[in-house]
Design a protein around this ligand. Structure first.
Ligand SMILES: Nc1ncnc2c1ncn2[C@@H]1O[C@H](COP(=O)(O)OP(=O)(O)OP(=O)(O)O)[C@@H](O)[C@H]1O
Ligand SMILES: [Mg+2]
Length: 450
């Protein structure tokens, strides 16, 4: 396909002359006034346009030309417009450049010069468009440090953008390492409170006796060891965002106190009598099944509904279509350049192993395996062993189904025998076959009892 060029010129002679000279290199569209030019820009999307400023009905002035220029740029901000003016109208040309034109020419037009300018204009436009596409792709792939091109993650990003501008409590649920804290920070950074503190408290990591004063603070003398008054984390989040991590671990007593805070935005420090008003947004996260917790009476239903006005569910990594290789590649680039090692890619078996692994530890596990691989890899390629996913496949490659099956049986039986210290009865029970069958298999596969 030839590059698309629009010539806007009311002088028919000049128009045809240019067309003849340029038709070999470009697909040419022609227009003789402002309206027909705009129509072509809308419908044919030319990359570059040559524009004569003196257009009918006012050939002797430049108004029509300037108006055409403005409208064309409005329609397509990336279009490159090359102005043609009369010889004594240089100031028009400069003004046009000021208003967004790419370059200008004075009549009479020298075709050779025009060709060079056109060539540059098309080249620049192509670069600009490619750059724009790349930017768009990058901004779509990563959101506040969260990677993910899968439809599942794009949905999560959309939801985060929506809730970020509100003050509604958000509950983030998902398996270990799915990015719950990262999502909480994304909500915070996209929201109106980003100039105020983001305060994290991990309800699962602090013993219950300390957690209450950690959350609500205490007055001097509230308990042995309370030598001074201390503000809690909730107060520290005044005006900002409070992130309650592992909220499923809260004791029943603290659940009641937290509920009161969520309902009334007021707290009392431990040992205090004064009520303190706290305006903070609450984001909570958990990897436990709170609904089951409610059924079993471990988690208060009223608290659940207060926390989860909006629930964001982070899908496990294995369910994110296309994200495993994408994340793996981006992370590999990142860690490799940090460590200044020249590691460029995954070996095909490593990629396959990444895709078939079930990722119980989700993104955190992927990060750790890739960090490890960067340390372990010797050459430019990361192999399955470097990510500790030496896939069981690798050793079957190139074998027939029968050979592969036997190799697997041999491994399996040897492992069971080793585990049971050569005890045939126990190994047979574990493998769920009779003793004679096991003996038979060992004989066939050439396995020694030891
Ligand atoms: N979509 C993602 N893109 C890039 N990195 C991610 C993504 N999700 C998580 N991570 C990274 O994985 C690690 C774990 O993320 P995070 O701590 O947010 O998970 P979590 O769900 O809170 O885990 P846990 O349940 O163990 O508390 C972090 O290092 C984080 O930067
Ligand atoms: Mg976490």
């Amino acid at each position: 396909m030839k590059p698309r060029l629009l010539i806007i010129e009311d002088d028919e002679n000049l128009r045809t002359q240019m067309k003849w000279a340029l038709a070999q290199d470009y697909e040419i569209f022609m227009a003789e006034d402002r309206l027909s030019a705009l129509k072509v820009v809308k419908e044919e999307r030319p990359t570059v346009a040559i524009l004569d400023l003196g257009l009918p009905p006012r050939q002797d002035e430049a108004v029509e030309g300037f108006s055409a220029l403005a409208h064309m740029l409005e329609e397509d901000a990336l279009i490159k417009v090359i102005i043609i003016t009369g010889h004594d109208e240089r100031e028009y040309a400069l003004q046009a450049i000021n208003e967004g034109a790419y370059d200008f020419f004075c009549k009479p037009v020298q075709i050779d010069e025009l060709k060079i300018v056109l060539h540059r204009a098309f080249y620049l436009s192509q670069l600009e468009r490619e750059h724009g596409e790349l930017q768009q792709l990058l901004s779509k792939e990563s959101f506040e440090g969260m990677l993910g091109t899968s439809p599942q993650m794009q949905e999560v990003f959309t939801l985060i953008r929506k809730v970020a501008t509100t003050n509604a409590p958000v509950l983030i649920v998902g398996e270990n390492g799915t990015g719950k804290e990262l999502a909480a920070r994304a909500i915070y950074r996209q929201g109106a409170r980003k100039e105020h503190p983001f305060v994290v408290i991990n309800c699962g990591a602090i013993p219950e006796t300390l957690l209450e004063s950690e959350l609500f603070g205490h007055e001097k003398g509230a308990f042995t060891g309370a030598h001074i008054q201390r503000k809690g984390r909730i107060e520290a989040a005044q005006g900002g965002t409070l992130f309650l991590d592992e909220v499923g671990e809260l004791s029943p007593t603290l659940q009641v106190k937290l509920l009161r805070f969520l309902q009334e935005h007021r707290i009392e420090r431990v040992g205090g009598r004064e009520e303190i008003f706290v305006d903070s947004r609450v984001i909570a996260a958990t990897n436990t099944d709170l609904e089951q917790g409610m059924r079993e009476g471990r988690f208060r239903e009223d608290l659940y509904y207060r926390l989860g006005v909006v629930v964001i569910s982070l899908p496990p990594l294995r369910d994110r279509e296309g994200d495993i290789p994408h994340l793996a590649k981006v992370l590999l680039q990142r860690y490799a350049s940090e460590s200044k090692k020249k590691i460029t890619a995954f070996a095909p078996q490593a990629l396959r192993a990444l895709e078939t692994h079930s990722w119980p530890g989700n993104v955190r596990e992927l990060e750790n395996r890739i960090k490890r691989a960067v340390i372990m890899a010797d050459g430019p390629l990361v192999g399955p062993a470097d990510i500790e996913l030496a896939s069981s496949y690798a050793k079957y490659e190139g074998r027939s189904l029968k050979e592969a099956r036997e190799a697997l049986e041999r491994d399996f039986i040897q492992r069971s025998l080793a585990k049971n210290k050569g005890n045939i009865t126990k190994a047979a029970a574990e493998l769920n076959v009779s003793r004679p069958t096991l003996y038979e298999l060992m004989e066939k596969l050439g396995i020694d009892k030891k």
